[in-house]
Design a binder for this molecule. Sequence first.
Ligand code: GLN
Length: 311
Amino acid sequence: MITQCEKSEELDQLVERARTYTSKGKVADYIPALGQADPNALSIAVHYTDGRCLAAGDTEKTFTLQSISKVLTLALAIMDNGEDYVFERVGMEPTGDPFNSIAKLETMVPSKPLNPMINAGALAVTNMLSGNTIEEKLGRLLAFVHDMTGKTHITYSSKVAESEFKTANLNRSLCYFMKEHHIIKGDVEELIDLYTKQCAIEVNCNDLARIGLVIANEGKDPETGREIIPKQISRIVKTFMVTCGMYNASGEFAIKVGIPAKSGVSGGIIAAYPNKLGIGICGPALDDKGNSIAGIKLLEMMSARYGLSIF
Ligand SMILES: NC(=O)CC[C@H](N)C(=O)O
């Protein structure tokens, strides 16, 4: 287990250059508790399959997963139900719409969310997790996070979860629409309860980089070789990260950075370079698509300097 990452002057310099972009972004405040984040913050951890790790900025500071959790619930839902069941209820195509849009749900025939990385698709995926109660489902998701990070104390922020639960009316609308069309079943309030808790799971950049590394490493624990996610499912997850991970900025991101990645409105970005490394970033100031503005700049700079594009 990595306890201390190396400092790298070069990475520090890139972070300071990227940090200048934070002033052009804005911290998300539609979930009121997220509005308290420091807009100038920017940190990164890079974990390699051989056990090395590099860090810059305050990598111990915690933040919530938000939409990054969609990657984890997707993997777990496929492990629980199999590919056929999951993809009968959620599609595999990018939307070109904002992450919380309801528009395509009504126009698509048959009515199902286009992919698991937008809110509608992620809510449908969360609805598929196995377990008899919210506590059991959340417990299984947390155990999955503990397995990937090696840290068993990771839990969710009840403050952020409650703040989102109180204000999640758009997500409730998506759920009621999908319930009407039999894409989801059960109690919508319970689903929103579970979803807001999943989004409020608190990690730091090192945890995120470690999760990215497991995904990069074909689902295996890089230290022990133990399978945490079946290889085929880690492949599906990485592919969705490329096509839909940065919402309606995924195309530009694939060209300018070229690494499977997923963002969240807390300013987190997870990235997984196949068979090589995992990256965890936090920079709460967001661009107009809801992605960390300086986080994306930092990845663009790193990709250009180190030739990181997988394409
Ligand atoms: N893009 C995001 O990170 C969105 C996640 C957030 N919890 C929401 O549903 O609105």
